[in-house]
Design a protein around this ligand. Structure first.
Ligand code: FAD
Length: 556
């Protein structure tokens, strides 16, 4: 299946249905938006191009009915506990098993483990560096402090920075007021976080290659940048802002039924509030009239009319394929055209007939097998892997962030077997333009060989394997360029610039057309923030319009 190019002009529309709101894209953000819109009493329909909702938060069955595989995303943390409560997701089957700590096995023997218990963690790190063991608490406190400032900002609707209109100036003043608690040290720390490389930042706290290697990884997840690239320190922080509802900042967990479990609960919540959810319903164009959104036209010609349209898909699809460029201001089009959306991620999913046995940590250990197994021995290796991809080669030593959700969730595969989810980087970003099937299989072989070196016998335990590279991410899942967040989390693409100057408030240049996918503020991961914020903005606009109408009637 491909995502629609600009197609029908609406003349061949054959059926017309009317709604208050149409949501384009049934990824988790589209479903969140639909749930809040329907909860607010708007007649809402979601149009999802694929046969299944969820987008990148999806569980599929590539090897038949016995296996449920979380195809792309694999752990949840950033989904706000408030959203879970408001949409009553637990009533709709949302359940999360907390993920265990980092475990990093080394090819030349030994391992590093980072248990939650501070005394055990200190002892583990101290085997590599006494200084690093002491630094860990400083690092945690520093991160916690910054996350407590940045976390709430992630849920804000960004004000229009730079606008001189009275209402926008008031929005800027409100932001400044909210930030008044920051002292000069925290402002400087936040600035450094947004601009530094993760390598430079880690260097200020840690000396051992082992600690630098493992902690660098969360600064690189989904990122077309190596650990020495400026801006990667923020990517690390982005991954430490959330909690899975247990109040533990930076905690991650496995949703029951894979990430599709999150989307299924969201879809059920949206339906319970009255939203209609249509799958296999690709939108071929967003209809407008005199600068206003009037609905959408589906591939096949069916027309759905609505005064509110929420684009919850990738901005390059929404604005460059579903609209004509001359329907939008040239500046806006330029911003979307130059939106950076690369990453070089490859997802490798496996079914295995037994759990891996690690050379230096034999036997089953829920902290190891139920944790985050990282293949990244040292920061230099990781940087080398990125430089390979920049030079047009797949990483010789790809890093991998690995988990085995079936350790907790026995609904995923037959008894005794397990699902292994390997998030790996990098392949050249150009691989988004071609399937590169053989090359991707070779990349997966290299990752599996790295695993085999620390857990002999692993390769022989593999029953099924699935490799999803950037081309499939773009063409099957709508992740243009293979970027897992709909757009890079670089400082140039955050807050008031996400995704276009003047339109970070979830509005667009077209009246009634809103945006609420991952490329908007709060997006990047399964956060639901864009889906929730876009509805807050829509409701504000509806209230303001109602007030204007009342004043106008009173004046007559
Ligand atoms: C390999 C990988 C691993 C990841 N791991 C994690 C993780 O562990 N934890 C985490 O929090 N995040 C992770 N992420 C990121 C996270 O999954 C995404 O940021 C998030 O799911 C995006 O959600 P969304 O709803 O904004 O967009 P999407 O999930 O991309 O949904 C957009 C939807 O729009 C549909 N669509 C597009 N065009 C049209 C059209 N014309 N008509 C109708 N429908 C259309 C698409 O089919 C899609 O379903 C990962 C992503 C990937 C790819």
């Amino acid at each position: 299946m491909g995502f629609p190019r600009l197609g029908s002009d609406g003349k061949d529309a054959i059926l017309v249905n009317s709604y208050d709101a149409v949501v384009v894209g049934g990824g988790h953000n589209g479903l969140v938006a639909a749930a809040y819109l329907a909860k607010a009493g708007l007649r809402t329909v979601v149009c999802e191009a694929r046969e299944v909702v969820g987008g990148a938060a999806v569980t599929e069955r590539p090897w038949g009915p016995d296996y449920q595989v979380t195809s792309l995303s694999y752990v949840v943390s950033l989904l706000a506990p408030g959203l879970v409560r408001e949409l009553q997701l637990e009533r709709h089957g949302y359940r999360v098993y907390p993920q265990g700590p980092y475990f990093v096995p080394y090819a030349d023997g030994g391992y590093l483990q980072l248990p939650d218990d501070p005394a055990r963690r200190r002892e583990q790190i101290g085997r590599f560096s006494a200084g690093d063991a002491a630094a860990m608490e400083r690092w945690d406190a520093w991160m916690h402090d910054l996350a407590s400032v940045l976390g709430p900002l992630l849920s804000e609707i960004p004000p229009k920075l730079g606008s001189h209109r009275a209402l926008d100036l008031a929005g800027q003043a409100r932001l400044a007021w909210r930030l008044r608690a920051l002292d000069q040290r925290r402002v400087a720390d936040a600035t450094r976080l947004f601009t530094m490389s993760i390598a430079d930042l880690l260097d200020e706290f840690f000396e051992s290659p082992q600690m630098q290697g493992v902690l660098s990884v969360s600064g690189l997840i989904g990122t077309w940048a190596g650990p020495r690239s400026p801006g990667t320190a923020y990517v690390m922080a982005h991954h430490h802002i959330g909690d899975v509802g247990d109040g533990k900042l930076g905690g991650w967990g496995f949703p029951e039924g894979g990430m599709g479990g999150v989307s299924r609960a969201l879809a059920a919540a949206a339906a319970s509030f009255g939203a209609e959810i249509r799958t296999a319903a690709p939108v071929s164009r967003i209809s407008t009239s005199n600068g206003r959104a009037t609905g959408v036209v589906l591939e096949g010609g069916e027309e759905l009319r609505a005064g509110i349209v929420v684009a919850a898909n990738h901005p390059k699809i929404a604005f460059l394929r579903l609209l004509e460029r001359d329907e939008l201001p040239p500046d806006f089009v330029t911003d979307i055209e130059r939106w950076k959306t690369r990453s070089g991620v490859v997802k490798v999913n496996l079914a295995v007939e037994r759990l891996p046995e690690f050379v230096d940590k034999p036997g089953f250990d829920p902290e190891v097998h139920g944790g985050t197994i990282v293949l990244a021995e040292a920061l230099d290796d990781v940087e080398g892997g990125f430089q390979d991809a920049v030079a047009g080669r797949p990483s010789g030593k790809p890093f991998a962030d690995i988990c085995i959700p079936s350790v907790f969730d026995r609904t995923l595969c037959p008894p005794g077997q397990h699902i292994v989810s390997m998030f790996t980087q990098w392949v050249p970003q150009e691989w988004a333009s071609e399937p590169m099937d053989e090359e991707l299989e070779a990349h997966a072989d290299r990752v599996i060989a790295r695993f085999e070196a620390v857990a002999p016998g692993f390769t022989n335990s593999i029953l099924h394997r699935q490799v999803i590279g950037p081309w499939r991410m773009e063409n099957e899942y709508g992740l243009v360029g293979g970027n897992i967040f709909h757009g890079e989390l670089s400082a140039s693409q955050l807050f008031h610039t996400r995704p276009a100057a003047g339109y970070a408030d979830y509005r667009t240049p077209i009246h009634g057309l809103y945006q609420g996918g991952s490329a908007t503020h709060g997006g990047g991961g399964v956060t639901g923030i864009p889906g929730r914020n876009v509805v807050t903005q829509i409701r504000r606009d509806l209230r303001a319009a109602a007030l204007r109408r009342r004043l106008w009637l009173e004046r007559r």
